[in-house]
Design a protein around this ligand. Structure first.
Ligand SMILES: [Cu+2]
Length: 246
Protein backbone atom coordinates (compact mmCIF):
# COMPACT_ATOMS: atom_id res chain seq x y z
CA UNK A 1 0.00 0.00 0.00
CA UNK A 2 2.74 2.32 1.00
CA UNK A 3 4.69 1.43 -2.11
CA UNK A 4 1.75 2.00 -4.45
CA UNK A 5 1.16 5.45 -2.94
CA UNK A 6 4.75 6.38 -3.60
CA UNK A 7 4.63 4.99 -7.13
CA UNK A 8 1.51 6.87 -8.06
CA UNK A 9 3.04 10.05 -6.80
CA UNK A 10 6.26 9.27 -8.67
CA UNK A 11 4.39 8.92 -11.96
CA UNK A 12 2.83 12.34 -11.51
CA UNK A 13 6.13 13.79 -10.51
CA UNK A 14 7.92 12.36 -13.54
CA UNK A 15 5.30 13.92 -15.80
CA UNK A 16 5.83 17.27 -14.10
CA UNK A 17 9.58 16.99 -14.51
CA UNK A 18 9.27 16.37 -18.22
CA UNK A 19 7.19 19.48 -18.60
CA UNK A 20 9.48 21.55 -16.50
CA UNK A 21 13.01 20.40 -17.28
CA UNK A 22 13.90 22.98 -19.86
CA UNK A 23 12.52 25.85 -17.76
CA UNK A 24 14.22 24.99 -14.48
CA UNK A 25 17.64 24.21 -15.95
CA UNK A 26 17.61 27.21 -18.24
CA UNK A 27 19.91 29.99 -17.18
CA UNK A 28 22.44 28.04 -15.13
CA UNK A 29 25.36 25.94 -16.29
CA UNK A 30 27.30 23.68 -13.93
CA UNK A 31 30.97 23.49 -14.76
CA UNK A 32 34.48 23.18 -13.26
CA UNK A 33 35.29 26.28 -11.22
CA UNK A 34 38.88 27.45 -11.46
CA UNK A 35 40.35 29.69 -8.74
CA UNK A 36 37.07 29.88 -6.89
CA UNK A 37 36.61 31.90 -3.73
CA UNK A 38 34.09 31.82 -0.88
CA UNK A 39 31.47 34.12 0.50
CA UNK A 40 31.19 33.85 4.27
CA UNK A 41 29.31 35.84 6.84
CA UNK A 42 26.50 36.15 9.31
CA UNK A 43 22.93 37.37 9.43
CA UNK A 44 22.25 39.56 12.43
CA UNK A 45 19.06 40.93 13.99
CA UNK A 46 18.75 44.58 14.84
CA UNK A 47 16.34 45.58 17.60
CA UNK A 48 15.03 43.98 20.75
CA UNK A 49 15.84 40.29 20.57
CA UNK A 50 12.58 38.35 20.23
CA UNK A 51 11.97 35.58 22.76
CA UNK A 52 11.22 32.08 21.57
CA UNK A 53 7.52 31.40 22.06
CA UNK A 54 5.85 28.13 22.94
CA UNK A 55 3.20 27.34 20.33
CA UNK A 56 -0.38 26.61 21.34
CA UNK A 57 -0.95 22.92 20.70
CA UNK A 58 -4.47 21.55 20.52
CA UNK A 59 -6.07 18.15 19.97
CA UNK A 60 -5.45 14.75 21.48
CA UNK A 61 -2.59 13.47 19.30
CA UNK A 62 -0.04 12.28 21.84
CA UNK A 63 3.16 13.00 19.85
CA UNK A 64 2.10 16.65 19.68
CA UNK A 65 2.25 16.88 23.46
CA UNK A 66 5.45 14.92 24.06
CA UNK A 67 7.58 18.08 24.11
CA UNK A 68 6.84 21.80 24.10
CA UNK A 69 6.89 23.11 20.52
CA UNK A 70 8.71 26.42 20.12
CA UNK A 71 8.18 28.77 17.20
CA UNK A 72 10.72 28.30 14.42
CA UNK A 73 9.66 31.25 12.27
CA UNK A 74 11.92 33.80 13.99
CA UNK A 75 14.80 32.25 15.87
CA UNK A 76 17.35 34.74 17.14
CA UNK A 77 20.19 33.85 19.50
CA UNK A 78 20.91 35.90 22.63
CA UNK A 79 23.70 37.65 20.75
CA UNK A 80 21.36 38.53 17.90
CA UNK A 81 22.19 35.95 15.24
CA UNK A 82 19.36 34.79 13.00
CA UNK A 83 18.76 31.12 12.26
CA UNK A 84 16.92 29.78 9.18
CA UNK A 85 17.79 32.64 6.86
CA UNK A 86 18.59 31.66 3.26
CA UNK A 87 21.53 33.34 1.57
CA UNK A 88 21.93 32.93 -2.18
CA UNK A 89 23.63 34.51 -5.16
CA UNK A 90 21.23 36.25 -7.52
CA UNK A 91 21.37 35.62 -11.23
CA UNK A 92 24.53 33.56 -11.34
CA UNK A 93 24.74 31.93 -14.77
CA UNK A 94 27.63 29.57 -14.43
CA UNK A 95 29.50 27.87 -11.58
CA UNK A 96 29.90 24.61 -9.71
CA UNK A 97 27.42 21.87 -10.53
CA UNK A 98 24.85 20.66 -8.03
CA UNK A 99 26.27 17.81 -5.94
CA UNK A 100 25.42 14.47 -7.57
CA UNK A 101 22.11 12.94 -6.53
CA UNK A 102 22.42 10.33 -3.80
CA UNK A 103 19.26 8.22 -3.95
CA UNK A 104 20.12 6.61 -0.60
CA UNK A 105 20.34 10.00 1.11
CA UNK A 106 17.82 12.39 -0.34
CA UNK A 107 16.90 15.67 1.31
CA UNK A 108 14.49 14.80 4.13
CA UNK A 109 11.70 16.79 5.72
CA UNK A 110 10.34 14.98 8.75
CA UNK A 111 7.17 15.45 10.72
CA UNK A 112 8.30 14.71 14.23
CA UNK A 113 6.67 15.77 17.47
CA UNK A 114 4.09 17.61 15.29
CA UNK A 115 6.79 19.88 14.02
CA UNK A 116 8.64 20.03 10.70
CA UNK A 117 12.24 18.95 11.17
CA UNK A 118 14.22 20.67 9.92
CA UNK A 119 12.19 23.84 9.72
CA UNK A 120 13.58 24.68 6.29
CA UNK A 121 15.13 22.55 3.56
CA UNK A 122 16.85 23.50 0.32
CA UNK A 123 16.42 21.06 -2.53
CA UNK A 124 17.69 21.20 -6.13
CA UNK A 125 15.06 21.04 -8.87
CA UNK A 126 14.12 17.56 -10.07
CA UNK A 127 15.71 16.02 -7.01
CA UNK A 128 13.85 13.80 -4.57
CA UNK A 129 12.57 15.35 -1.37
CA UNK A 130 11.54 12.64 1.08
CA UNK A 131 8.78 13.66 3.44
CA UNK A 132 8.60 11.49 6.54
CA UNK A 133 5.94 10.98 9.13
CA UNK A 134 7.68 9.58 12.16
CA UNK A 135 4.83 10.48 14.50
CA UNK A 136 2.47 7.65 13.61
CA UNK A 137 -0.50 10.04 13.62
CA UNK A 138 -2.37 11.66 10.76
CA UNK A 139 -0.60 14.65 9.25
CA UNK A 140 -1.66 16.45 6.09
CA UNK A 141 1.22 17.79 4.04
CA UNK A 142 0.15 21.00 2.40
CA UNK A 143 2.65 22.69 0.07
CA UNK A 144 1.57 26.18 -0.91
CA UNK A 145 3.38 26.16 -4.26
CA UNK A 146 2.66 28.71 -6.96
CA UNK A 147 5.23 27.97 -9.65
CA UNK A 148 5.21 24.25 -8.97
CA UNK A 149 2.14 22.08 -8.74
CA UNK A 150 0.33 22.71 -5.42
CA UNK A 151 0.39 19.64 -3.22
CA UNK A 152 -2.03 18.68 -0.51
CA UNK A 153 -1.89 15.14 0.70
CA UNK A 154 -3.16 13.34 3.74
CA UNK A 155 -0.49 11.26 5.40
CA UNK A 156 -2.07 8.80 7.85
CA UNK A 157 0.09 7.42 10.65
CA UNK A 158 0.74 4.19 8.78
CA UNK A 159 2.22 6.09 5.83
CA UNK A 160 5.81 6.69 6.83
CA UNK A 161 7.08 8.45 3.75
CA UNK A 162 6.23 10.26 0.54
CA UNK A 163 8.61 11.37 -2.15
CA UNK A 164 8.15 14.47 -4.23
CA UNK A 165 10.20 16.51 -6.70
CA UNK A 166 9.87 20.07 -7.94
CA UNK A 167 10.64 21.34 -11.40
CA UNK A 168 10.89 25.07 -10.76
CA UNK A 169 12.83 27.23 -8.33
CA UNK A 170 10.49 28.58 -5.65
CA UNK A 171 10.17 29.17 -1.92
CA UNK A 172 7.28 26.97 -0.83
CA UNK A 173 5.52 27.34 2.49
CA UNK A 174 4.63 24.05 4.13
CA UNK A 175 1.76 23.51 6.49
CA UNK A 176 -0.27 20.71 8.00
CA UNK A 177 -4.05 20.96 7.76
CA UNK A 178 -4.48 18.80 10.87
CA UNK A 179 -2.12 20.73 13.14
CA UNK A 180 -2.40 24.40 12.34
CA UNK A 181 0.70 25.41 14.27
CA UNK A 182 3.00 23.31 12.07
CA UNK A 183 4.98 25.39 9.59
CA UNK A 184 8.07 24.94 7.46
CA UNK A 185 9.66 25.88 4.16
CA UNK A 186 10.99 24.11 1.10
CA UNK A 187 13.34 26.23 -0.97
CA UNK A 188 13.79 24.82 -4.48
CA UNK A 189 17.18 26.17 -5.54
CA UNK A 190 17.99 27.72 -8.91
CA UNK A 191 21.67 26.76 -8.58
CA UNK A 192 23.99 25.35 -5.89
CA UNK A 193 24.88 28.67 -4.28
CA UNK A 194 22.34 28.61 -1.45
CA UNK A 195 23.16 28.45 2.24
CA UNK A 196 20.94 28.30 5.32
CA UNK A 197 22.14 30.07 8.44
CA UNK A 198 22.76 27.96 11.51
CA UNK A 199 22.11 28.79 15.18
CA UNK A 200 25.06 31.19 15.09
CA UNK A 201 23.62 33.01 12.07
CA UNK A 202 26.57 32.03 9.92
CA UNK A 203 26.65 30.98 6.29
CA UNK A 204 29.26 29.94 3.78
CA UNK A 205 29.14 29.62 0.00
CA UNK A 206 32.17 27.88 -1.48
CA UNK A 207 33.78 27.48 -4.86
CA UNK A 208 32.30 30.63 -6.33
CA UNK A 209 33.86 31.78 -9.61
CA UNK A 210 35.69 35.10 -9.13
CA UNK A 211 33.52 38.08 -9.98
CA UNK A 212 31.05 40.56 -8.61
CA UNK A 213 27.62 39.35 -7.57
CA UNK A 214 24.44 40.39 -5.88
CA UNK A 215 24.02 38.38 -2.70
CA UNK A 216 20.54 38.03 -1.27
CA UNK A 217 19.29 37.02 2.12
CA UNK A 218 15.69 35.97 2.70
CA UNK A 219 13.97 35.33 5.98
CA UNK A 220 10.30 34.39 6.23
CA UNK A 221 9.50 37.10 8.80
CA UNK A 222 12.12 39.71 8.00
CA UNK A 223 12.01 39.76 4.21
CA UNK A 224 14.86 40.12 1.76
CA UNK A 225 17.95 42.25 1.51
CA UNK A 226 20.64 42.43 -1.14
CA UNK A 227 24.30 43.34 -1.07
CA UNK A 228 26.97 43.49 -3.72
CA UNK A 229 29.94 41.23 -3.13
CA UNK A 230 33.19 40.70 -5.01
CA UNK A 231 34.78 37.26 -4.90
CA UNK A 232 38.53 36.99 -5.47
CA UNK A 233 40.41 33.77 -6.31
CA UNK A 234 41.09 31.63 -3.25
CA UNK A 235 39.86 34.27 -0.81
CA UNK A 236 36.91 34.68 1.57
CA UNK A 237 34.65 37.63 0.88
CA UNK A 238 32.95 38.59 4.15
CA UNK A 239 29.43 39.91 4.40
CA UNK A 240 27.22 40.78 7.34
CA UNK A 241 23.52 41.19 6.74
CA UNK A 242 21.51 43.13 9.30
CA UNK A 243 17.76 42.53 9.31
CA UNK A 244 15.04 44.10 11.40
CA UNK A 245 11.30 43.89 11.74
CA UNK A 246 9.45 45.85 9.09
CU1 LIG B 1 0.34 17.52 11.35
Amino acid sequence: MRRSNTNRLAVGVVALCMLGTSRSQAGYEGTDVKDGGSIVGTVRFEGKIPKRRRLKVTGADKPCHSKPIPNDDLVVSKDGKIRWAVVSIKKIKKGKPFPPADPENPVVLNQQGCRFRPHLVVVPPERTLRILNSDGVLHNVHLYARKNEPFNRSMPGRVKQLEVTFDRAERIRVGCDVHKWMGGWIVVAKHPYYAVTGKDGSFRLENVPPGTYTLQVWHEKLGTQQREVTVSPGADAEIEFVLKRK
